[in-house]
Design a protein. Structure first.
Length: 236
């Protein structure tokens, strides 16, 4: 089973069309939406649209917030359901669902695949120069400190084999926001799970609002040093 995990918060304008597109790609893809009790009713939109669809599941979290814990919850549920591969992506169409088969194919050779915006060139559409520079700087910062051999360490468009997901769960990832992505990659690298970068085109979200905040940026600055100082893992 191949499960696509999508963490959502206020994504009702995008989620139904996205899930429909994923289901149309191949019968092998299942979708798990992990919603943080979105005030805009994202979870209800998923329930109403896919109530009779066996390949779609919804986890509605009450009183919990955060990208990292939502994805981790999705990982645990995917493993519990017997998935042999887990893919993650954003809910806003910034990641093209048509690229999911490319990530899946990369998992034939590698335990982890990264949908990369910066491998062999920059492929980002509709970003301001300031935002692009911030993203490039964040990647350069993380990969330099942690000695990661990847051009895009902060991409959330990824594929994981089951053994890599189980390692992530067992490692006790501590970050709360999007810094989770760097921490997962660093821990996977330390465990000997090499990743393949798959070139993709990243497009600014189709609808809704970005979840990026100052706290997210601050955590991303602190995280690489935290990993270096406490490399052995532990509970978040």
């Amino acid at each position: 089973m191949k499960i696509v995990v999508i963490a959502t918060y206020n994504e009702r304008e995008n989620i139904v069309a996205l899930v429909e597109r994923i289901l149309s790609l191949t019968p092998l893809f299942h979708v798990l939406v992990v919603d943080d009790d979105s005030p805009d009713g994202t979870g209800k939109f998923v329930d109403d649209a896919f109530s009779g669809e066996e390949r779609v599941r919804l986890i509605s979290r009450k009183g919990e917030r955060g990208y990292a814990s939502a994805v981790e919850r999705g990982f645990r549920e995917a493993v519990r359901r017997g998935a042999d591969r887990v893919l993650t992506m954003d809910a806003d169409f910034s990641h093209n669902p048509d690229d999911l088969p490319l990530l899946d194919s990369a998992l034939d050779e590698f335990p982890l695949a990264i949908g990369s915006r910066y491998h062999n060139g920059i492929r980002v559409l509709n970003w301001s120069p300031g935002r692009l520079l911030l993203s490039l700087a964040a990647n350069a910062y993380a990969k330099t400190i942690l000695r990661l051999p990847y051009a895009d360490c902060t991409s959330g468009f990824r594929g994981y084999r089951r053994e890599a997901v189980e390692k992530v769960i067992a490692s006790g990832v501590r970050s709360n926001g999007y810094a989770f992505l760097v921490e997962v990659l660093a821990r996977a690298e330390k465990a000997g799970f090499r990743s393949k970068e798959v070139p993709i085109i990243y497009t600014e979200r189709r609808a809704g609002h970005s979840k990026m905040s100052r706290m997210t940026i601050l955590e991303a600055i602190i995280l690489p040093w935290r990993i270096l100082l406490r490399p052995s893992g532990g509970k978040r």
